[in-house]
Design a binder for this molecule. Sequence first.
Ligand code: SAM
Length: 285
Amino acid sequence: MTKDGLPPLRDVIAAYGLSAQKSLGQNFLTDLNLTSRIARTAGPLEKSIIYEVGPGPGALTRGLLMSGAAKVVAVEKDARCIDALKDVQAAYPGRLDVVEADALMVDEMSLIGDTKGFDIRIASNLPYNVGTALLLKWLTLDTWTPWYKSMTLMLQKEVGERIIAQPRTKSYGRLSVISQHRCRAGIAFDVPARAFVPPPKVTSCIVRLEPQAHETDSPPLPVLEKVTAAAFNMRRKMLRSSLKALGQNPLPLLQAANISETARAEELSIADFCRLAQQYEAVLG
Ligand code: SAM
C-alpha cells in the first residue's frame, strides 16, 4: 500500500492491463512523491477545482487529491483508465469526477458545472501528441481573462523552453509570443525520462502559466497571431520582406510601430509584436 492507502500505481497498471498506447501519448508516472510535488506546484489547492486532462491510472490525480485539492474533474479518452480510477473515486467520495471524452473537443466549463465560488486550475501530465494543441486551446480562448487561474502542465522540455523563450534565442517563436502575451510563464522543474513507464525519448518539464489581464489597447489575438505567423514563417528574413505575406506594404507598418525595417522576427519583443499588430489592425480598419 502507499501513503493514500490505495495500491501502488505499478499494481494498478498491471491489474487493469494498461499497456501504454503510443497513439494516446501514454507515458505513466508511478511515483506519488513526484506527483505530490507537481500537485503542490499547481496550488493553492484547497479552494480550487482542478481540471485534469488524461488522468490515466491516476498518478497525478492521486497526488492532487492527497495534497488537498477540493475537487478534481478529469477527462480521459481511454476507457480502460476510467475503470482503473473507480478505486480513487471511492477513496475520495465526491471529490473526483471522471469523464470519458476527447479533451480537444469538450467545453470545460459545462463539464465542471457549478464552481461554488472555487477557483479553477488546470493541472495535467499532457499526452505529448496533443499537448501543444491543448495548450493553444486554453491560451487562445476568446474570453480573457479565462475561466482558469493557472495551468500547471507536464510538457516536453523543448516545448517548455519555447514557451518561456526570450527574443534573440533559438527557441523564441510564435508559441513564446502567444504564451507570454497571455500569461506569466515559468518552468518549475524538469522531470527525467526514467520517471515514466514507459520512458519517453526526451526530458520533460513542469510549466506553470498564470493568465494576465491585457492592456486596454491590446490588439485582438487573431491579428497578433497573423502578424506573428507572417514574421516567423520566414524567421531569417528581414521584416520588410517577411511581412509582405500580410498583403500590405510592410514599410509604413514598421515605421508606425517604431520598428526597424531590417529587424528580423526573433529580435522583436512581445510589446513590439503588439504595436505591429495594432498598426496592422488600424490599416485593415
Ligand atoms: N496522468 C497520467 C500520469 O501522469 O501518469 C497519464 C499521463 S499520459 C502522459 C497522458 C494521458 O492522456 C493518457 O492517459 C491518455 O490516455 C490520455 N489522453 C490522450 N489523448 C487524450 C485526449 N485527446 N483527451 C483526453 N485524454 C487523452
